[in-house]
Ligand binder design. Structure first.
Ligand code: AMP
Ligand code: MG
Length: 487
């Protein structure tokens, strides 16, 4: 276990130089205080969890203090936002403080979001508000606990610093961790500004640090792109299987590591709705729940375009062709498991599609349906779940098909079925209304609800005593909440 001053830095991205990022110091928050910390994320840095309670922790992550070895940098990038190219985005409010490596030899970027203005702030104030910082913290740690690749969050630091959005709010900072903060938009920036040397340096950097095994391949850059395609196909299959809607899948929010990255007005589905749009400024539904699948491919094509100086167009096209079949295979595999199936049959896709259609038409809670399906034998479970459906004849027909399929799958006991299904079907997810409750309390100075919710979501598959209220469908006020896009 380490104390805070014992972290070991090795700032590899900073060493790429000024074409890639600019040295900027964090702008301190007034009266910084700990809102919430993740012990699991602290453990990745070998940090003693007790240090979160010391004043220096809030000072470090509230922008007041820095390690001597930290080299805070604002990264430059660009990207396609809602389909249109924005030539220069860059980090307008986040600083890469430095890269830390732990005792296992893993490198973690320490990134402070809401750290004040940078040369890339454009019209922005460089700040992040408490509510969006809490949402990013809870979502990153909750996704990780569900087994969905994501950036991590070490802590949220609150403050008295006034920040103007639709109304006056308080500034906060979230300390984000990832093995890399390089986005598709980094490659696009150097491609569209026609800086081939820098682009080659960036590609070498990513290849050496994050895809070293691709070096062994005859065409290392192509192998790396293929790997990025595969990771994204797997990631989006997980989002779709677990009902996660990202909301702002711009290419500047897509990580070259294929992890969930940059949280805005995201949501987990309550009722199943394939057409759900969590971002209320997304009028055309470009980033609706079901569109995440084709948009994943669209974003990979934007990255492919930026890689044309290194890889032939034919090879890029072929690699892009891997996306959809891989997505489908991964998605179907996850959905089979969610249904408690251990074998594969040709008609399984149809079984899943029919179920989702019935759920869509009846507004069935997506998470609780699968959890309850595993509570008891297939025959008993479908009898109990039947009442949630409007089209009873349709559900009965599906239930017959499902029971027959389960019978063909194997003869295992109820106990085994429950354990297997509960291990993949969470009881607790980050419902928007739960986040909203925690945020409302935190905005009035009470951080206990954020901390409790974080705790509950860190073990989403385990039934936790006294936590029944976190495993309920939303109350009326909590359905279809409009989450502000300002952050
Ligand atoms: P996002 O929509 O959060 O992914 O942000 C898109 C870009 O705008 C990123 O480069 C952000 O750093 C930048 N940005 C967002 N909010 C602010 C802000 N309040 N001040 C400065 N830059 C911002
Ligand atoms: Mg972003």
């Amino acid at each position: 276990m380490k104390a805070l001053d014992e972290l070991t830095f090795d700032n590899r991205f900073a060493r790429l130089g000024d074409a890639f990022s600019t040295h900027v110091l964090p702008e301190p928050l007034d009266a910084p205080r700990l809102v919430v910390a993740s012990e699991a994320a602290m453990a990745l840095l070998d940090l003693d969890p007790a240090v979160a309670q010391t004043p220096v922790f809030a000072e470090l992550f509230g922008g007041h203090k820095l390690w001597a070895e930290a080299e805070p940098r604002a990264m430059v990038y660009s990207g396609h936002q809602f389909g249109g190219y924005t030539p220069q985005l860059g980090d307008g409010r986040g600083l890469l403080l430095g890269e830390v490596y732990n005792e296992a030899g893993e490198h973690w970027d320490l990134h402070l979001k809401g750290a004040g203005m940078t040369p890339y702030s454009r019209m922005g104030d460089g700040r992040a508000v408490l509510r969006s910082s809490i949402r990013e913290f809870l979502a990153s740690e909750a996704l990780h606990a569900l087994g969905i690749p994501s950036s991590r969050a070490l802590c949220v630091i609150g403050s008295d610093t006034p920040v103007w959005r639709e109304k006056q709010e308080r500034g906060a900072m979230v300390l984000r961790m990832a093995h890399s903060h390089i986005r598709f938009g980094h490659f696009e920036y150097f491609y569209y500004t026609k800086k081939p040397e820098q682009q080659a340096l960036l590609a070498e950097h990513v290849l050496n640090l994050h895809y070293p095994e691709c070096r062994e391949q005859p065409e290392p850059y192509l192998a790396m792109f293929r790997e990025i395609v595969e990771r994204n196909a797997e990631l989006i299959a997980k989002w779709q299987a677990y009902g996660f809607c990202h909301g702002v899948m711009n290419t500047d929010n897509m990580s070259i590591l294929g992890i969930t990255f940059d949280f805005g007005p995201f949501a987990f589905l309550d009722d199943f709705d394939a057409h759900f749009i969590c971002n209320h400024s997304d009028h055309e539904g470009r980033y609706s729940f079901s569109n995440q699948v084709p948009i994943g491919q669209w974003n990979l094509s934007a990255l492919a375009q930026a890689l044309t100086p290194f890889i032939s167009v034919d090879a890029l096209k072929e690699a892009l062709g891997l996306y959809l079949p891989l997505y489908q295979a991964n998605y179907l595999d996850l959905m089979r498991r969610r249904l408690g199936l251990t074998t594969a049959e040709d008609d399984d896709q149809h079984l899943v599609e029919r179920l989702l259609k019935l759920m869509q038409n009846s507004g069935v809670d997506y998470t609780l349906f699968f959890r309850r399906l595993g509570d008891e034998s297939a025959a008993l479970a479908v009898t109990r779940l039947r009442d949630d459906f409007v089209d009873l004849a349709g559900f009965d027909a599906w239930a017959e098909q499902y029971k027959a399929r389960v019978a063909r799958d194997g003869d295992y006991g109820e106990e085994q079925r429950r354990a297997r299904m509960h291990a993949v079907n969470p009881l607790y997810i980050l419902r928007n209304y739960l986040a909203q409750n925690a945020i409302a309390a935190a905005e009035s100075g009470d951080y206990s609800e954020v901390r409790r919710l974080h705790e509950v979501l860190s073990k989403p598959f385990e039934e936790q005593a006294g936590m029944e209220q976190y495993a309920q469908r939303p109350p009326d006020w909590g359905k279809h909440l409009e989450i502000s896009c300002s952050s």
